[in-house]
Unconditional design. Structure first.
Lengths: 397, 134
């Protein structure tokens, strides 16, 4: 019905009609699908939650007397970065911890500062201490380096996240009789609370359940700047069971994302400390969905009430991969503040900020309306349910 | 002045109207922040007394002499709004509703008056936005 090229022409002429996913859901209640699909060009989405599989590639430039960090050890504010690359390239992951962090020896560990926090400090322009130990070569003689850098001093700072934007996620509860500390937050005993981590009806991959518009090269909002989808994410699992509306019943697709850290903003990229678990990076992502036809319009307008998430026990079932699902609840119930489970009313909390997700969808909408953000046609699309592509458990011998 | 206390009542005292007698005697206002009775019938009360400083402490002394175990809640819990992302994961942990979500604006709010300094939110907040100062 419409093509991305036509939508981009409208963006350039200043005639594009953009709505957020929240807005289209409201509008669809009173307008017919045909009319809406014709009139609306783009729907914007947003999400803002801890995404552990995130990190940055950095290139520091060369010191006067050259040093080969590759094969040596590199620390940023005492947090180790991976240096198994060329002389002054490193990768710093969100979950990296200082060698001397007590971790969970004093249970539950606090994890006040790790890779995610270094990334936040880089983005906010703070000075970071860089320490490197090398073995020295004829062409790179220096063996030790200690200096201070900021994001503006270094060459490249590229956010590259192998797995972000999970399509649907577990609701975590605790059936045991002691408090547990998980990546889904603190879980009180005997179903004391239920934590979820998705923006529901605003969450990007729930609005295009079969990834018919999102693929390699899709331009997106990433951490306050512009980024791109650069592969399908790790643990990508398109073949999961789905409801009639196409939405997976358990975590399904994921995305790998890339973008220039130097453009990003600390409001949309924040270090996280998950007590008893470790550090992470809270990432803001927004994906525009072109309304090419009625089918896509129907998907983007799936409301919270029709998006169900699996409730999983994190005291036994999750750590032991039993696959057991206690129940399914929808995002409207989750966002109401309580759910009913096994005859008990349980308060809900979200690790993902709906307020921030709304902000992201709004910003992306403004970018498109103002003409500064054009949509992209994916270079190729990712494997779908029919491909047989699967997320496998580990083979242990 | 206002002070908050955690009070444990042994089973023999649970049914007695001691609090109402005491607040009348010392001319205090009170606010019950949380109350529950354990399966062993021990009662726990998180309560704020306000009134003249001397009266507040005399009332506490008298309660202690009657066998009530009392701890003063001293630490001061604060929210650093700039670090808060309004995720809301803390609200399901907070036992008193001192942290709550405005479901129209999706903003998370903190009402210090209701806080009993249990510090669960400090453990639960991913961005270290909840802090305790003593
Ligand atoms: S310390 Fe935190 S969780 Fe505990 S009562 Fe106060 S605000 Fe609520
Ligand atoms: S857990 Fe922390 S960041 Fe989340 S709403 Fe509560 S105070 Fe704010």
């Amino acid at each position: 019905m419409k093509t991305i090229r036509e939508i981009n022409e409208k963006i350039k002429r200043g005639e594009v009609v953009v709505l957020t996913a929240d807005e289209i859901i409201e509008l669809k209640k009173s307008t017919n699908v045909k009319k809406l699909a014709k009139e609306v060009d783009v729907v914007t989405t947003g999400t803002f939650g801890p995404m552990c599989s995130s990190g940055v590639f950095l290139n520091f430039g060369h010191s006067k007397e050259k040093i080969k960090m590759g094969g040596g050890r590199v620390y940023l504010n005492n947090v180790p970065a991976y240096s198994g690359l060329a002389a002054v390239d490193v990768y710093l992951g969100a979950t990296a911890l200082p060698d001397d962090d007590p971790r969970n020896t004093k249970y539950p560990g606090e994890f006040k500062y790790g890779g995610g926090h270094v990334i936040e400090d880089l983005v906010s322009g703070k000075e970071i201490e860089l320490v490197a130990y090398a073995y020295g070569t004829d062409c790179y003689p220096k063996k030790y380096l200690k200096t201070k850098i900021t994001i503006n001093d270094i060459n490249e700072a590229i956010l590259f996240n192998p797995r972000n934007c999970y399509q649907n996620y577990n609701v975590a509860v605790n059936l045991s009789n002691k408090t547990i500390y998980t990546y889904m937050g603190v879980l009180k005993p005997n179903l004391g609370n239920a934590n979820y981590c998705s923006a529901g009806q605003l969450s990007p991959l729930l609005k295009d359940p079969y990834l018919k518009t999102i693929g390699f090269g899709t331009r997106i909002f990433l951490g306050g700047g512009i980024g791109y989808v650069c592969w399908w994410g790790t643990q990508y699992n398109p073949g999961v069971k789905r409801r009639e509306n196409g939405v997976p019943t358990i975590p399904g697709a994921t995305l790998a994302l890339i973008g220039d850290l130097k453009q990003m903003k600390v409001e949309f990229l924040k270090g996280a400390s998950l007590t008893g678990y470790g550090t992470s990076l809270i990432v803001g992502v927004g994906i525009p969905i072109p309304i090419l036809n009625e089918e896509i319009l129907n998907w983007v307008s799936i409301p919270d009430e029709e998006i169900y998430a699996p409730v999983v026990d994190y005291s036994y079932d999750y750590p032991n991969s039993t696959g057991n699902i206690l129940d399914y609840v929808n995002y409207s119930q989750l966002k109401s503040g309580k759910i009913k489970l096994m005859g008990k009313e349980i308060p809900t909390g979200s690790l993902s900020s709906y307020k921030k997700a709304k902000e992201i969808a709004e910003i992306l909408k403004k970018w498109i309306e103002s003409g500064e953000f054009l949509l992209t046609e994916p270079i190729f699309y990712f494997p779908g349910p029919e491909s047989g592509y699967k997320f496998k458990p580990m083979k242990e011998v | 002045m206002e002070k908050k206390f955690v009070m444990h009542f042994p089973p023999v005292l649970v049914d007695k109207p001691i609090i109402s007698t005491i607040v009348r005697k010392y001319n205090l206002e009170f606010n019950i922040l949380k109350a529950f009775v354990s399966p062993e019938e021990e009662g726990t009360l998180v309560i704020a007394f306000s009134g003249e400083e001397k009266n507040v402490f005399d009332a506490v002394e008298e309660l202690k002499s009657k066998g009530v175990k009392i701890q003063l809640i001293e630490s001061d819990i604060r929210m650093i709004k700039e670090r808060c992302t309004d995720c809301s994961v803390c609200i399901a942990l907070c036992p008193t509703g001192a942290l709550y979500l405005n479901r129209n604006t999706y903003e998370v709010k903190f009402e210090p008056e209701k806080c009993i300094a249990c510090e669960l939110c400090i453990k639960g907040c991913p961005t270290n936005a909840m802090i305790s100062t003593i």
